[in-house]
Design a protein around this ligand. Sequence first.
Ligand code: ADP
Ligand code: NCN
Ligand code: MG
Length: 234
Amino acid sequence: MKYIVGIGGMTNGGKTTLTNSLLKSLPNCCVIHQDDFFKPQDQIAVGEDGFKQWDVLESLDMEAMLSTVQAWTISPRKFARAHGVSVQLDASDTHILILEGFLLYSYKPLVDLYSRRYFLTVPYEECKRRRSTRRYMVPDPPGLFDGHVWPMYQKYKRKMEANGVEVVYLDGMKSREELFHQVLEDIQNSLLNERRGPAPNAGTQTQFRPQYGQAGGIPARHCVTISLWGSLYI
Ligand SMILES: Nc1ncnc2c1ncn2[C@@H]1O[C@H](COP(=O)(O)OP(=O)(O)O)[C@@H](O)[C@H]1O
Ligand SMILES: O=C(O)c1ccc[n+]([C@@H]2O[C@H](COP(=O)([O-])O)[C@@H](O)[C@H]2O)c1
Ligand SMILES: [Mg+2]
């Protein structure tokens, strides 16, 4: 069985932290980080506000991300081998892929591929505080958060909701441990249900239809991590 989990939501909601914990506990689990698909700086448009528009879908090479997801979907084992990782399998033959990023549910070709979509949020003040401590590859210029990051977050979230994309909201103010256990348990339950039979709404929650792009090479910056079967068997 192939199972794709989205760990999405706002910047600094705790997506990468949660994903790293899940990877250690979920069997045969690969991850694709959306951040690894940012286009080079010279291809990022400058808005009328004077800010580089990092927080829009066009700043990401989503076709390349889709191709990477597609490669996993076609053969998770081959995908793992292609990245030099051996995967131990047991009889259940479950393969999990985590997609992690801040604009996971706004790209139509991907949106219906998820088995489960999580969405982390924290209040504005906490998001701004956490962001002020972060150092990205390209540091935030003064005023970027209020002038670009936050308005774009709100815009894409509104669109996602208007499109009827079903997500499981997660309170990013909970402790790292609480979030980890909550999501791990939820994924385990969801996997059990999937094994019992297809969920009535799986893959059909929105009007979007998957449209696969051309499969291509995986850009060098793209990082794929594989975690092997651990002590946990689902
Ligand atoms: N549950 C949490 N509670 C408090 N701080 C957190 C929590 N999860 C992550 N953090 C911190 O918030 C910051 C952003 O976390 P990160 O996982 O990188 O977020 P994202 O990938 O969503 O931008 C980091 O400093 C991280 O240590
Ligand atoms: O990683 C990069 O190259 C990069 C360059 C410029 C900006 N970013 C920021 O990365 C943010 C998304 O990552 P994250 O982990 O905060 O969800 C997004 O809000 C961008 O503003 C990231
Ligand atoms: Mg992150």
